[in-house]
Design a protein around this ligand. Sequence first.
Ligand SMILES: *Cc1c(COP(=O)(O)O)cnc(C)c1O
Length: 368
Amino acid sequence: MARPFNFSAGPAVLPDEVLALAASEMLDWHGSGMSVMEMSHRGREFQSIYQHAEADLRQLLAVPPEFRILFMQGGGLAENAIVPMNLSRGGVADYVVTGSWSQKSQKEAQRYCLARTIASNAATHHTSMPDPKSWKLSSDAAYVHVCSNETIHGIEFQTLPDLAHLGSKAPLVIDFSSHVLSRATDWSRVGLAYGGAQKNIGPAGVTLVIVREDLLGHALPTCPSAFDYRVVADNESMFNTPPTYAIYIAGLVFQWIKGQTEGSATGVAALEARNIAKSSMLYDYIDGSGFYVNKVDKACRSRMNIPFFLNDESLNDAFLTEARAKGLLQLKGHKSVGGMRASLYNAMPIAGVEALVSHMREFATRHG
Ligand SMILES: *Cc1c(COP(=O)(O)O)cnc(C)c1O
């Protein structure tokens, strides 16, 4: 039976095929007589799950050999502290504040270093992207941090800034929690990328860190060993017990992505094409509706998270109740922004967006 369409911002929809496969392997993984949850993380079965997951991810995201892939814990929010503990050396770090998530990152980093806000879009209520040419880059920054997709405000970098071109030698750190694997990542511009898994990768509990080798080994003496990138890398993410089941599901999602095709494109390129089609369908409808509005500058609208408002906000509850009745779940906007938000992650099929637009059109006709 078809499930409802789930537009949650996270934890979010996973592919049906992945959940069904995990269910079929729940009691006995590949004849081992064990559930993945019951295996030693050092045993041969889990080691093979881990190695396949890492290799698939490296291939899907075209991660160059000089980058290490770490599976950590603590989520995006823990990384807000773990990044400055590992990279800042107690000095200066530059933060570009474009919405709630990067604001949180900057605030947390202040506890470990001099975290400067070098650009902000607060004046436009986080609906625009500050032009990198206007960023007040510090000459001595240990790194420059951006949130490459702001999940709450629905703004996304369409291309990552080229710091070298802007005259900075600092590595770029990106929080790509909510759009990882929805598009290619330009590693030539990145020193470190991190993200919680629960938007586009798998269950909550595993945090992905992809870090250039030369950035390892500079942690502050007070940094917990379990959060020292050098220690985590040297131990293949097994310094302590990793979130084994979450890594297993992430591995199944990577396999699912490898099997996706769209025209002649496969893998992440196929998903990117589909994500462009899905988000354009919704934005085009909203912009032409005269009933709904999205306030984000067109140049930086997110393909993943689309906040929108009804012109008549007194209809919000009716809109959500009727949506739920039609099998369209979790469309309520974040409390700090209000209105609605549709998250169109990789696992959301085009049919889900068509069903949403059809509901919006029908609702607008009735109430317009
Ligand atoms: C969801 C999210 C986070 C928070 O992740 P946690 O796993 O809750 O710590 C951080 N950054 C971004 C961009 C997010 O979307």
